[in-house]
Design a binder for this molecule. Structure first.
Ligand code: GLY
Ligand code: MN
Ligand code: MN
Length: 443
């Protein structure tokens, strides 16, 4: 990660807030392991987002301990891969235990192979152990064994953790609301992602292949210092756009078709952009394409206008859905009363996904969408996508009572997606540099 991006105090503040909310539980937060691609080849390393949020440390297999029950100077412990010139010749630089202390602010750091031996010592005296079960197979047995030992020796020591608690609801509540540093990093991810969309629209011509446009987008990500795509880029010409997770990106782009591009980058510290734009391959909308594009755009703009403190993601979705359904009724693609069409779900063969999700270190970021019956209230610092769409194809059956679709509409798939931060006075569209007006989509 470029030195300029890493700020130890940012992570320290997060650890302090996390510990405050966690109370007297000792937290064990593992890093990600390398994942096998095939045989002895690995995927590029992708750090665990919870671990990264708290530490900023970007190496595999490490483990962070946050120990509120220990004295000052022993509360943040990192277990890391030790310095090892022979290994570093093969797999690259490691910060080692000294770097863990000096650069990453650990109170104490140990080589990873001492975790099994030292973990029981560090967990002794904690009222509870905060560990996310089911996700970290290498670390989980060590945590359970340390706790089991405490219970086995309780009659002699009088001290054992009373339970295993989940750190994630607390951590994910913090991660949902982005701090100023995170908003800046998201702005950077969104800026690079938006530039790539502008570039892609500029080069697209009939006869090119989807793969060429994908290559240009991802080349821009890398050339701009991003890690690469935040998720499998979707570059979908014509009817391919009606497959929501189309990532093959291997078809020729036809004169007269639309091109839907859903692509965003992940920057060096993992914050993500997530943008969708749809435009005519030949630079001119057909009448049907223009009608539907204008409708999705109107739905998206109405939905974005709902993003403000005190609102909910549900309101954002409901607003987009109502505009879409009313427009589809006007066009004769649906029939009935808007309320009953919405209530019955009679639009779902044309619009089958929700209007957005939280965005942050994960593309589909963590954080609850509901608290029981109540949808989560939007607060300053929450970042969400707003991404309505329409997908006109034969794939799903037309609901009873709804009209069959005329062929002239088929093969049109449109989504428009922006990333929007809730601000004290309303919202900020982080991806506004990617144009989306009808005029801007034409040439
Ligand atoms: N690109 C994934 C999504 O839009 O949710
Ligand atoms: Mn999205
Ligand atoms: Mn997307």
């Amino acid at each position: 990660m470029p030195v300029s991006v890493f700020d130890q105090t940012v992570h320290q503040t997060r650890r302090e807030r996390f510990l405050e909310d966690l109370g007297a539980a000792a937290a064990v937060i593992p890093a990600a392991a390398l994942a096998t691609h095939h045989a002895d080849c690995e995927w590029p390393f992708r750090q665990d987002s919870d671990f990264f949020y708290l530490t900023g440390f970007d190496e595999p297999d490490a483990v962070a301990l946050l120990l509120p029950h220990r004295p000052e100077g022993e509360r943040f412990v990192l277990f890391v891969q030790p310095k090892d010139p022979a290994a570093e010749v093969w797999t690259g630089f490691r910060w080692g235990t000294e770097g863990a202390v000096e650069r990453y602010g650990a109170d104490l750091a140990h080589p990873l192979d001492q975790l099994a031996e030292k973990l029981p010592h560090y967990l002794n005296g904690a009222e509870a152990i905060a560990f996310r079960v089911g996700r970290y197979p290498a670390v989980e047995p060590l945590v359970l064994s340390a706790w089991g030992r405490q219970l086995d020796t309780w009659s002699r020591t009088g001290s054992a953790a009373l339970g295993l608690v989940a750190p994630t609801p607390i951590l994910h509540r913090l991660r949902l609301r982005k701090d100023a540093h995170e908003l800046d990093r998201l702005r950077e991810a969104c800026r690079i992602s938006a530039e790539a969309h502008e570039l892609a629209r500029g080069i697209t011509r009939p006869g090119m292949n989807e793969s060429e446009v994908q290559a240009a987008i991802e080349a821009h990500f890398r050339a701009s210092g991003a890690r690469g795509p935040a998720y499998g880029s979707i570059v979908a010409g014509g009817d391919n756009a009606c497959v929501l997770h189309y990532t093959a990106n291997t078809a020729p782009l036809n004169d007269g078709d639309l091109l839907l591009i859903d692509a965003g980058c992940s920057v060096s510290d993992y914050y993500n952009g997530d943008i969708t734009r749809t435009f005519p391959v030949n630079g001119r909308f057909s009448a049907e394409q223009r009608e539907l594009y204008s409708l999705v755009l109107a739905a998206q703009e109405a939905a974005i206008a709902q993003v403000a403190p005190g609102g909910t993601a549900e309101q954002v979705h409901d607003t987009a859905l109502r505009v879409l359904v009313e427009g589809l009724l006007d066009l004769g693609l649906l029939i009935g009363e808007p309320d009953s069409v919405i209530e019955q779900g009679d639009y779902r063969h044309l619009y089958m996904h929700r209007t957005g999700h939280w965005l942050g270190l994960d593309v589909h970021d963590v954080g609850a969408y509901r608290l029981g019956e109540r949808p989560m209230t939007l607060e300053p610092g929450v970042v969400l996508t707003v991404e309505p769409g329409l997908y006109i194809s034969d794939r799903l059956a037309v609901p009873e009572g709804q009209p069959e679709i005329d062929d002239r509409w088929k093969g049109i798939g449109i989504r428009i997606e922006d990333d929007v931060a809730v601000m004290a006075d309303g919202h900020e569209v982080l991806t506004a540099a990617a144009l989306k007006s009808v005029e801007a989509m034409e040439r």
